[in-house]
Design a protein around this ligand. Structure first.
Ligand code: NIG
Ligand code: FE
Length: 393
């Protein structure tokens, strides 16, 4: 029998199971969790926790499910700090900056890409993220996209083929030829290493007809669709996401009432990426309006070298609260259970019997402190399967 671990003395436990505690977050005060074989085997009041092989007293700290980062681009080489600095000096953000990272990524060795991904994965973990998605999209050749996905799959099960990030330089003026490659040889090479297919459907990237062709081809190969939609301008991306049954429409910075009604009536999650508006100094999407319209909202990092070079989910939660007008409870739900919905996972994002034992404890009495104390590293310890101490501790 596997050794059991009891985490007792949890001051405030976010379960995301309304049946287990108060409100939509199912908050249990003075709680305990028992872990066996990487899964949660018991949740309840600390005083009722039975014997276990090992016992750790959280001494009143808050605990919540590990964050689920459903949107990240962590496989790349190079740096775009100069582009960021120019933007902060007044330059606008444009999709074309992606080509700078494409050049650096193509020139990098497998080991360099692997080392970069591992560094970012360690940062994710230190910020409390226990599940992350990883997109390709900085290779844009058959060989470079498939190697990005092979390397990503070493670190996560949530791999996403994003050959349609932008049209690469060598296809300038021939976007339809590039789409043919994306849905042809490149898809053949990438599909075995990917769970998802994504398209950047926006100004300077791909239009809705191209995006539809790409997502439809991916679906036919057994990949599940998700989409970058309506980041830079209003377009048909959200409508397309619902039409193809995408798990998530990401960014949604420019969304009409009709778009929100479509999302609310569908299984498509709206994934908000606060780091992107923060780092491109763009207007934030109105998360409040989305939640009030009945849309399921996720919050994710969008970690990438161009528009959002952060691995910190607590930072994203704080900005989602401050500038997207989610309540602290909503933002924490969106970064855990919402992210799990956006990845169509029910084994993460919750604290309940049978779920993965992915948990974060905070040096704070409640999850509200994640937004209340912006910029402060409150993560005490991260439990995942296998157990991982916080990086640096
Ligand atoms: O999600 N919008 C498209 N892709 C990334 C940006 C990529 C880049 O600028 O390198 C995003 O923001
Ligand atoms: Fe993105």
């Amino acid at each position: 029998m596997a050794a059991s671990l009891a985490l007792v003395g949890i001051g405030s436990l976010v379960t995301n199971e309304p049946s287990l505690g108060d409100g939509p977050l199912g908050i249990l005060p003075d709680a305990a969790v028992v872990i066996e074989d990487g899964r949660i085997s018991w949740v309840g009041p600390s005083g009722e926790c039975g014997d276990a092989d090992q016992r750790i007293d959280l001494e009143g700290r808050a605990m919540l499910p590990g964050f689920v980062d459903s949107h990240a681009h962590p496989v790349f080489a190079g740096d775009r700090a100069a582009e960021f600095a120019a933007r902060m000096g007044g330059q606008p953000y444009a999709a074309g900056g992606i080509r700078t990272t494409v050049a650096a990524t193509r020139a990098a060795s497998d080991d360099d890409l692997r080392a970069g991904l591992r560094r970012l994965a360690a940062e994710f973990r230190a910020s409390g993220i226990t599940t992350f998605e990883a997109k390709s999209g900085y290779g844009l050749t058959t060989a470079d996209e498939s190697r990005a996905l092979r390397i990503a799959a070493e670190s996560t099960a949530e791999t996403t083929y994003l050959g349609a990030h932008v049209v690469p330089q060598e296809f300038a003026g021939r976007p339809d030829d590039y789409v043919d490659l994306v849905i042809g040889d490149m898809l053949d090479a990438c599909a075995p290493h990917a769970r998802w297919i994504d398209v950047f459907c926006d100004r300077g990237a791909f239009d809705a007809d191209q995006a539809r062709a790409i997502l439809t081809a991916g679906i036919a190969r057994g990949l599940l669709p998700r989409i970058h939609a309506n980041q830079l301008q209003h377009g048909d991306g959200i409508r397309l996401a619902v039409e193809v049954g995408a798990a998530s429409a990401d960014h949604c910075t420019h969304a009409s009432d009709d778009d929100l009604a479509l999302l609310a009536g569908s299984d498509t999650v709206a994934t908000l990426l606060p780091g992107a508006e923060f780092s491109t100094r763009s207007p934030y999407p109105d998360g409040r309006r989305m939640v009030d319209a009945g849309v399921t909202v996720a919050v994710a990092t969008d970690c990438n070298p161009g528009s959002s070079f952060t691995t910190s989910m607590p930072f994203c939660i704080a900005v989602a609260v401050r500038d997207m007008h989610l309540t602290p409870d909503e933002a924490v739900w969106s970064a855990t259970a919402g992210g799990a919905r956006a990845l169509r996972r029910d084994d993460v994002g919750h604290v309940r019997v049978g779920a993965r034992a992915d948990l974060v404890s905070l040096n704070a009495p409640s999850h509200v402190h994640l937004a209340y104390r912006p910029g402060v590293d409150l993560v005490d310890r991260v439990w995942a399967s296998p157990p991982t101490p916080k990086v640096g501790s």
